[in-house]
Each structure stands twice: as structure tokens, then as C-alpha cells.
Design a protein around this ligand. Structure first.
Ligand code: NAD
Length: 419
């Protein structure tokens, strides 16, 4: 372990520490950093919910981090671990992600501290309707555009759009990741997982490798994890093991991913899948493989467990799964880390296409979505590789350096920063 590394950083402090590290290779003045780091606006709302006649009170957050380059953009998470500091970190990451892939958005994130799996459909609807009605005044197609994240999906976004519309007037461009019937786009559902594999494949090519025959282990088999698995399998990689919150499954010959997706669709979990053996999901991150893909929660690879990682590359499909201090240890051991801000940027990129289609009132064909997604991600990743090689820095430092320069330049051009 690196004794120099600050301990006990929150996830938000860790993002800011990484920004400071990146600033050193950007020429962005240090005096600009406080304004660039701090969120612009934080809103916290009360969400009353009656369950079985009892009043329960939940807390919802929307944090608008930075809008120098365009409207705030970012997902809404329903999870029992949601807290203000975590949402701050996620909102900040969105600012740097949208800047890195150079789409005209800022960064935001929202969430409700609740386990949505305990709710009936009706309760989920009321929770969503209440939350989005209470934050509607700060949303809008040119203000702030939410999207799905952990625990939310297209259905929830449809209800969110309706809650906003009742107050502010109908406008599909106010949320992305909506059902197709409400102006959603083809290609949004699988975009994040597909992007994870586009970036991993580009990294492999740059290192003279191929995904054909490579071994992959995935933590989390929700939207991102399942579509990443499918795309890895389509590239000829072997998915050795996956898990979800309920259990884990392994097959050394490679899991049949379409069959596993059907099983999860039917049963809600990877548990009892006949095409593999069950094992203890707590060990998922320590399985030997070429590509380890955490696709569930943040902070799962820590200074305490990092020595047990037995992969050649960690692909951050989730947001900040590699916690404070763990990345330096991985890199020192020669384990590459493909950072979240580029690895999972496919989702927000196709969200941008959805927003653009809503504004144009014109639908793109799926071939166009695919082509534009590949173009944006590959171009952005090539810029990252170039900076990494020029400065002999980490991929994350290169990502943050590019993004920081863009957000600083936009803030300066608006006159917000005059240092
Ligand atoms: P999801 O709710 O669809 O799926 C989450 C998966 O993780 C489920 O399989 C769940 O069972 C599993 N999980 C939850 N807790 C777990 C635990 N403790 N151990 C193992 N598995 C666990 O969520 P998602 O949309 O796939 O998001 C996953 C991650 O990807 C999050 O970090 C999210 O912020 C990030 N992300 C999502 C998108 C997107 O477009 N959905 C875009 C960028 C980043």
C-alpha cells in the first residue's frame, strides 16, 4: 500500500483529488479549481409514502454540478445506499464524462435513499411521481435532463416525464432513457454495456491484443452488466462468471449470455441458472480473468481487498468502483484500469442522441445511433490514449485532464471564471 495516500476520503473528495492530480498537466489555474469542483446547486426533498396505511418518509436528492458546457445531465438512482456525498461524487463525474466525450451537457445526478425492490408497482409510481413533481422546477430540456441509473429504468423515466409535464407542459426532451412510445430512442437500453466493450476493444487493439478468447468476470448483471456481457460474448470473449445481489454463477467454458439474460428476465436473478454452477458471490471480484468488469456499485475495490484482484485489466463499467487508493496499487502491479468516465460513457452519449431526436422531432435509425456512438467513443478514447502517452500518466489522469480543460474553457468563456 502507498503510505502517502490520503485515507478516509469520501467518494466526492476522491473525485476532487483526482481532478487536482490531472490539473498538473493542463495549465488550468489552481485558483479556478474551487469553482470547478463544487456543485452549483443541491436540492433535497421529502418524499412521503403510505405503505400498508403507515406513513414512511424518504429523502430524494438532485445535485446539479456544472452547466458551463450545456444543461445538467445525469441519472437518478433508487438504492438504499444513496446519500448526499455519493450523489455529489456521481454528479461531478457526469460533468467530466460529458466534457470528455464532448457532448453539449454539464453534469448532475439524483437519487432516493430506498430499496425499490420492497415496493409494489403502485408504490414505485407514487414515489417517482412525488419526487419528480417536487424537483420539476429545476428540470427542463435546456436546464436539467435526468436519465435512468441503478434501480430505475425506462418505465420510471416515463412516469418522470409525465410528472414534469403536468407542471411545466409536455416535453419529451426533459428525460432520456424513456420508453419508445414516449419518444425514447432505439439503442439506449444497451448503449452503456455496448460502450464498455467498444472502449475495452480499443484498449486491447492499442496493446496488440484481441477480445477473441479473452476471459471476463462481471459484478452485477443489470442493465450495464448484462449488455456488456452480451457484447463481450459477441466479440468472442468467454464470460466465466457473473453475479447479482442474490447470487453468482460460473461456467469455465463460458456462460451462454442470451440464455442467462432470458433466465434473469423470467426470474429476476442469475440464481438457479442451469447453464453454470453457483458459487459465493462475495468472491466475484477475486476470480482470475483477463478483464474484471465491476458493473454494480461504487467503491467495491478497496485498499483492503485490492491485493486479491487477479485480473489483467479492471474495466469500470459502474461509476467509481475502484475506491480511494486502490487504483495506484493496481497500476503499480501492472493491472490497467479503464476509467468509468470513458468506459461507461456510452449511456450518456446515446442519451444525447435521444435528446437531439426529441428536439428535432425526427427519429434516427439504429444504424445511425450505432455509428455515431462508435465514432464519439473511439475518437474520445484516442484523445485519451494520446494524452496518456504524451504525459506518461494514468488513463484516468488523461481523461480528467481533457475534461477539466474543456469545462474550464467554457466557464472562462462565459465569464464565470476570470482568473
Ligand atoms: P441496474 O439496477 O440495472 O443493475 C445493477 C445490478 O447490480 C443488478 O444486477 C443488481 O442485482 C446488482 N447489484 C446490486 N448490488 C450488488 C452487490 N452488492 N453485489 C453484486 N451485485 C449487486 O443498474 P445499472 O443501470 O446496470 O447500473 C450499474 C452501474 O453502472 C451503476 O454504478 C451505474 O451508476 C453505472 N452506470 C449506469 C448507466 C446506465 O446507463 N444504466 C450508465 C453509466 C453508468
Amino acid at each position: 500500500m502507498n503510505p502517502q495516500y490520503p485515507t478516509n476520503l469520501t467518494s466526492f473528495e476522491e473525485v476532487n483529488r483526482r481532478l487536482d492530480e490531472a490539473r498538473e498537466i493542463t495549465g488550468v489555474p489552481a485558483a479556478a479549481m474551487p469553482l470547478l469542483k463544487q456543485p452549483y446547486r443541491e436540492i433535497r426533498v421529502q418524499i412521503p409514502l403510505y405503505r400498508d396505511g403507515q406513513l414512511e418518509l424518504y429523502t430524494g436528492y438532485r445535485i446539479q454540478h456544472n452547466a458551463a458546457r450545456g444543461p445538467y445531465k445525469g441519472g437518478v438512482r433508487y438504492h438504499h445506499d444513496v446519500d448526499l456525498e455519493e450523489v455529489r461524487a456521481l454528479a461531478s463525474l457526469m460533468t467530466w464524462k460529458t466534457a470528455l466525450v464532448n457532448i453539449p451537457f454539464g453534469g448532475a445526478k439524483g437519487g432516493i435513499t430506498i430499496d425499490p425492490t420492497i415496493l409494489t408497482e403502485e408504490e414505485l409510481y407514487i414515489l417517482t411521481d412525488t419526487f419528480f413533481s417536487r424537483i420539476a422546477m429545476i428540470l427542463g430540456p435546456s436546464r436539467d435532463i435526468p436519465a435512468p441509473d441503478m434501480g430505475t429504468n425506462a418505465k420510471v423515466m416515463g412516469w418522470a416525464m409525465a410528472a414534469y409535464g403536468r407542471k411545466e407542459g409536455h416535453n419529451p426532451a426533459v428525460v432520456t432513457g424513456k420508453p419508445l412510445e414516449l419518444g425514447g430512442t432505439v439503442g439506449r437500453e444497451d448503449a452503456t454495456g455496448k460502450g464498455v466493450v467498444i472502449i475495452t476493444n480499443e484498449w486491447a487493439k492499442d496493446n496488440g491484443l484481441t477480445l477473441e478468447g479473452a476471459t471476463v468476470v462481471i459484478q452485477g448483471f443489470g442493465n450495464v452488466g448484462s449488455f456488456a456481457a452480451l457484447n463481450f460474448a459477441e466479440h468472442g470473449a468467454k464470460i466465466l462468471a457473473v453475479n447479482d445481489v442474490n447470487g453468482a454463477v460460473r461456467n469455465d467454458k463460458g456462460l451462454d449470455i442470451p440464455a442467462l439474460m432470458d433466465h434473469v428476465q423470467a426470474t429476476g436473478s442469475v440464481v438457479d441458472f442451469k447453464g453454470g454452477e453457483a458459487f459465493d458471490g462475495k468472491t466475484i471480484l477475486f476470480q482470475k480473468c483477463d478483464y474484471l468488469v465491476p458493473a454494480a456499485l461504487g467503491g467495491v475495490i478497496t485498499r483492503e481487498n485490492v491485493d486479491q484482484i487477479d485480473a489483467k485489466v479492471v474495466v469500470e463499467a459502474a461509476n467509481h468502483p475502484v475506491g480511494p487508493g486502490a487504483e495506484d496499487i493496481l497500476l503499480a502491479r501492472g493491472v490497467e484500469v479503464l476509467p468509468d468516465v470513458i468506459a461507461n460513457a456510452g449511456g450518456v452519449t446515446v442519451s444525447y442522441f435521444e435528446w437531439a431526436q426529441n428536439i428535432q422531432q425526427f427519429s434516427w435509425r439504429s444504424a445511425r445511433i450505432d455509428e455515431e456512438l462508435r465514432h464519439i467513443l473511439i475518437k474520445s478514447f484516442n484523445e485519451v490514449l494520446k494524452i496518456q502517452k504524451e504525459h506518461n500518466c494514468s488513463l484516468r489522469q488523461a481523461c480528467f485532464a481533457i475534461a477539466l480543460k474543456r469545462v474550464y474553457a467554457a466557464s472562462a468563456a462565459r465569464g464565470y471564471i476570470r482568473v
